[in-house]
Design a protein around this ligand. Sequence first.
Ligand SMILES: [Fe+2]
Length: 528
Amino acid sequence: MNEIDVLTVFIEEGYQISPKAVDLICTHCSPKELVAYILDNIDLSVLVIDVDHIDLEGFSGLLPMEEKSFSPSSEPSSQDEELNNNYNNYNNSSSSYQPSASSPKAVGSVCYSNNPVSILSDITDNSTCVGEYMEFVQFFRNRYSRISDIIRGRINARPIESLKTGKRTNFRGSKEAGEISVIGMISEIKSTSNGHKILEVEDPTGSFSVLIRMADKELYEQASHLVLDEVVGFTGKLTNDGKLMIVQKIILPDLPNTTIKRSGTVGKAVLTSDIHIGSTTFLEEPWERFLDFLNGDTDNEALAAIAKEVRYLLVAGDLVDGVGIYPGQEHELSILDVYDQYKKAAEYFSRVPSHIQIIISPGNHDAVRQAEPQPKLPEIIRADFPDNVTFVGNPSIVDLDGVKVLLYHGRSIDDLVASVPGVSYSDPTKAMVEMMKFRHLSPIYGSRVSIAPEKKDYFVIGNVPDILHCGHVHTVGVEWYKNVLLINSGTWQDQTEFQKRVNVVPTPAQVPVVDLATLKTTILKFDE
Ligand SMILES: [Fe+2]
């Protein structure tokens, strides 16, 4: 609602209203609802409505009920047009927006005073592993059991043990004319001299070889995306000697196609990662502009309007640059002590408005164990941060007032770039699509990701989240896969010497902002 709309409503109802009161209503995040509330509750003796007559506290108390009236969004579009609605000219706006008594910070705290965060999954305080052999067995059995259950709903799979010689004849004469299915974890991928692919797959009863013929082009292309240690279903026929299955169909756990109704949550979530405070290449000036934006301290009206609606700030790892992460790192640090790096980070986060709930999970540069899943940062570090920060592990699932976000720093993207054709650092959401198809964040054991064998495999994507939020690769990417919004939230670090050597070009100081009602995403740029 603009000023004229507000004035018109009150005049039609027989009231006059002061300019300050109009300003307060117009800068509120729910002006229509606020107008209705004022008219319902105003004392009949009042002729001129002033700010003193507007009971924001009483209105705020009603918000949970009001929020339910927001309608869920329709089906999300794959490439929303708002993605192109970037704000490049951050410093060059001619807008006259000025923070005032009813500034976004004050208004925001009224609108969204209740910004609940529920942690749905997190290894923190639940780690039991010491790295023994049987723990690895249990870890992989947990993975197999949970992912095979997803696939089992789609195929009638048999235990691998039943494929062994002697039992094969049971399948002859069946309706499927010898067609059988198994669900296995891929333990080996190799090629024959003729170019066919042979996979060794295992279930708890045994292992078996399956063959994907080069001539089956579509199937072969699909098989080229398979990686070690993921759990997959195969349908096919046995060869005459019963020692090999010729694959006719590959069944991934994948996401269901069903449409998810949005919860109607209002407000916005800002997603970021890989800040790398303490590095000489940390982009302090753009970061300062970002903090100003969160405080509504901007002359750009569009940015100020977005800032007013921000309820959550999520950080998917690499808060600081750390120490001893790679050889010679000390030459690229502006803050040499890791505790001083976190103290600086705490200073920055203390400047985020207190009504914004901040969720921080660690990455491979942070001061927690490198083996994943990683617990949240330790108390000695957390103690310096303000109360509106919730620390979680990596990965973790958080519920933001009805919107479920799976946070994972994304170390496994290194493995996927190396293993899956078409997956690259410049387009990080392609790796995230593979994660969704695998229903697993980090399937490959023994490569870049050091995996701690916990009782439960925290990387399995059981319940489908609304948003998968990753970082690590320092490039921004936003994509829809089925009903899940995939976001890689970039970095606040300029290109490092290492990145120059391996030709990785980061996209720093760009911040995806998600509308929690529709999951439409806008990328704000703070680099100019
Ligand atoms: Fe990073």
